[in-house]
Design a protein around this ligand. Structure first.
Ligand code: AQP
Length: 358
């Protein structure tokens, strides 16, 4: 059976690039495979962030998964930091990863560019991502093109660990859509559309109101000439808009290109704006309804974390065993579970006193 894992960082409002490269695939895959989807909040700590917003943004990303069509009865949906096995396995894999390979990651170089110094977390984040994936016996990782290199690293780490210590991890493969895996910024076709980029004009957020969507699309940079053609090498800006149109309308890119070939950029952009408004308006409404019931949302996420933990712990235990770590005493495991659920765990002394009283 295919086992799918993927995650999204709560580093800002999700945009149509995240929808095209990732979320749209997730919704389809939940009908074909066992799926585990995650809001990777620990990854959001790797760059300076606002602690007063993080919990809200994590809930909002979870609500967007659901609003886009993830069914929490089918797929496991949870918050990464609610399952401590992710950080524990990341540490175990840190001792298999090499600094040289992490230094070659292009996201590390891109996100660190222009900064005097960056956090160790930014350098190490691909190892945490490898842990996220490997914990679940994942066979396939649906991601956009920017994550290809991180999935390659995950494969390398899994193979190296298995070779050194014995078979524990399934070696996963990336699933990158042939079209729409790299939607470019609307105001700069040379840069990827991104949540955390300074310019809001470059992205269509999934929560943008209709007028803002229309305004952003109509101002999108296009290529020279007038022909609407899917040709990423010669027409990178128009090709990215065509891929976006295809993701938002579920139509093949060739059919859209054929329809607007000679219509001019203005008519093409007006049609794209309407396709975006039509697809995103119900997503925004569902998101807002879910956010209006935080207790309901938290119930879904709590159940998701329980299911995720049950899937993750056997493989974490196997990795610990293979590395030669002592088995964890049961009492420690119980205290960890109680601490994780927010309940005060009785201390060993209090447990002893209670036992003496009875
Ligand atoms: N422009 C994009 N086109 C297609 N797919 C994209 N993805 C991201 N940008 C595009 C895919 O969306 C998923 C979630 O990404 P992430 O939250 O893990 O972070 P990211 O890859 O670094 O994406 P962002 O939006 O650019 O976030 P920030 O600005 O925080 O770095 C991934 O599958 C990604 O490939």
């Amino acid at each position: 059976m295919m086992r799918v894992f993927s995650g999204i960082q709560p580093t800002g409002t999700l945009h149509v690039g995240n929808y095209s490269g990732a979320l749209r695939q997730f919704v389809r895959l939940q009908h074909e495979a066992e799926c585990v989807f995650c809001v990777v909040d620990l990854h959001a700590l790797t760059l300076p962030h606002d602690p007063s917003r993080l919990a809200h943004d994590s809930r909002s990303v979870a609500a967007l998964y659901l609003a886009c069509g993830i069914d929490p009865e089918r797929a496991v949906l949870f918050i990464q930091s609610h399952v401590p096995a992710h950080s524990e396995l990341a540490w175990l894999l840190n001792c298999t990863a090499q600094t040289g390979e992490l230094g070659r990651m292009t996201q590390y170089k891109d996100k660190g560019r222009g900064r005097q110094s960056v956090s160790v977390g930014l350098f190490d984040y691909p190892v945490l991502m490898a842990a996220d994936i490997l914990l679940y016996g994942t066979t396939h990782v649906p991601v956009g093109d920017d994550q290809r290199q991180h999935v390659e690293l995950t494969r390398d780490l899994a193979e190296r660990f298995n070779r050194r210590y014995g078979e524990v991890f399934v070696v996963p493969q990336a699933m990158i859509p042939p079209v729409g895996a790299r939607i470019m910024a609307l105001d700069n076709p040379a840069a990827k559309m991104s949540k955390s980029a300074d310019s809001d004009a470059g992205r269509i957020a999934l929560l943008d109101p209709p007028d803002r969507i229309r305004q952003k699309v109509m101002r999108a940079v296009t290529d020279s000439g007038t022909e609407v053609r899917y040709d990423p090498a010669e027409k990178p800006a128009v090709s990215s808009l065509l891929a976006l149109f295809a993701a938002l309308s579920d139509e093949p890119v060739e059919a859209i290109a054929a329809r607007y070939r000679t219509a001019g950029y203005g008519a093409f952009k007006r049609a794209l704006a309407e396709a975006a408004v039509e697809r995103l308006a119900p997503i925004r409404e569902r998101h807002d309804a879910l956010m209006a019931d935080p207790a309901g949302l938290d119930r879904i996420l709590r159940r998701g974390a329980e299911r995720a933990e049950a899937l993750a712990l056997p493989r974490l235990r196997a990795a610990r065993d293979r590395l030669g770590l002592m088995p964890r005493p049961a009492a420690t495991a119980e205290r960890l579970a109680a601490a994780q659920s927010g309940e005060a765990a009785p201390s060993a002394a209090a447990q002893g006193a209670a036992a003496r009283r009875t």
